[in-house]
Design a protein around this ligand. Structure first.
Ligand SMILES: Nc1ncnc2c1ncn2[C@@H]1O[C@H](COP(=O)(O)OP(=O)(O)OP(=O)(O)O)[C@@H](O)[C@H]1O
Length: 345
């Protein structure tokens, strides 16, 4: 969190807000405590507790069916928990004085295909009691200003995702809850989305919770991650913490003219060793520094030494292994390509 910014407010209500933050935004912390939800025999969410901090991006990660959407729906008051609470600075969604200004969401999309993007947004403005001028504000924010007059039915998937984000931003909310917003985007769209999400949190001070089933999608976007499997919390922490925990998870590639002796030395140290061709050895359960040190101590010449991957993906798979649920979900945003709604209306 960047709380090194300006001090604003009167003497009585002074508060420090992050540099570049939209001054009127109230920092809001989302707290999920013991959330549990059953659908018949399926426990979709199981005693889940985590926190989403202001001015940062929290990645909500888990395999298909892990309970991410159900959790987000409970946070947004769209689904009633069997037990537990989700609160915004201590208040449940239902008790928020101004929900549309507190939280916006991208969940499931439904656009009237014949309506223009701008008119779609204006309908939401009227329903939420917001000035219709907000429609143009948010179109600019998401880069759709030139396309606002076109039929939403003719939008590409990337444009629909932008319109979904625009809808979530209508109330200029402190909190954004985004369910798999990168689904179906092309690489350019994903790149834009990453930057935009970081901007919303780091420059504007918003609290952002964004779900994905891919760690690679979150690795360069999120500050913190909450990992769930089969409805339960598997890991919560910063990306840096996760990264340091992942050391040794990824394979190390090492090239040497003495592969046989190298394999003996590393194997004797209990490491996994897979000799390949061309003097290459793949080592698991270690780090480049460790392999380098062991080779040095044994006086073995190395020509190349590098991590095959950061190990994060391997750690994520291990943490969530066997927890994928294949029960059909009611909404498949990948195939419908539709998403969104400011739940906060
Ligand atoms: N309305 C519902 N009725 C019955 N079961 C449901 C319902 N909604 C979700 N489930 C089940 O609850 C579990 C959690 O689903 P959920 O959609 O929350 O997971 P998810 O992590 O969002 O998955 P995905 O990444 O596939 O969207 C799954 O087993 C799912 O089939």
């Amino acid at each position: 969190m960047r709380l090194d910014g300006r001090t604003v407010g009167t003497r009585h209500e002074e508060r420090v807000i992050p540099t570049g933050t939209t001054a009127h935004l109230e920092p809001v912390r989302v707290e999920v405590r013991g959330l549990t939800k059953d659908f018949g025999p399926v426990r979709a969410v199981d005693d889940l507790t985590f926190t989403v901090e202001p001015a940062s991006v929290t990645g909500f990660l888990g395999p298909n069916g892990a309970g991410k959407t159900t959790t987000m729906r409970m946070v947004l008051g769209l689904e009633r928990p069997d037990s537990g609470t989700a609160t915004f600075n201590g208040a449940t969604y239902a008790s928020l004085a101004a929900p549309v200004r507190t939280v916006g969401a991208v969940l499931e999309t439904a656009f009237h295909p014949a309506r223009s993007g701008r008119n779609h947004l204006r309908v939401y403005c009227r329903a939420a009691g917001l000035p219709v001028s907000r429609a143009d504000d948010v179109l600019v924010q998401v880069g759709l200003a030139d396309a606002g007059g076109r039929r939403a039915g003719g939008y590409s998937l990337g444009m629909r995702q932008r319109l979904a984000l625009a809808t979530a931003l209508l109330g200029d909310p402190s909190v954004l809850v985004l369910d798999e917003p990168a689904n179906g985007l092309d690489p350019e769209g994903i790149q834009w989305l990453r930057g935009f999400i970081r901007h919303l949190a780091h420059d504007q001070g918003r609290t952002v919770l964004v779900s994905s089933h891919l760690l690679s999608e979150m690795e360069h976007t999120a500050d913190r991650v909450v990992i769930v499997g089969a409805g339960r919390l598997v890991r919560e922490g910063s990306i840096a913490e996760l990264r340091s925990g992942a050391q040794g998870e990824g394979a190390v590639l090492v090239r040497s003219p003495e592969t046989t002796r190298l394999a003996e030395v590393l194997g004797a140290a209990g490491l996994g060793v897979r000799p390949g061709g061309d003097g290459l050895v793949t080592v698991t359960g270690s780090t480049p520094a460790d392999v380098g040190a062991r080779a040095f101590q044994a006086g073995i010449e190395l020509h190349e030494l590098r991590a095959e991957s950061s190990g994060l993906e391997e750690l994520y798979f291990r943490l969530t292994a066997g927890q994928e649920q294949y029960a059909a979900s009611t909404t498949d945003t990948t195939t419908t390509g539709t998403t969104t709604q400011g739940a906060a209306r």
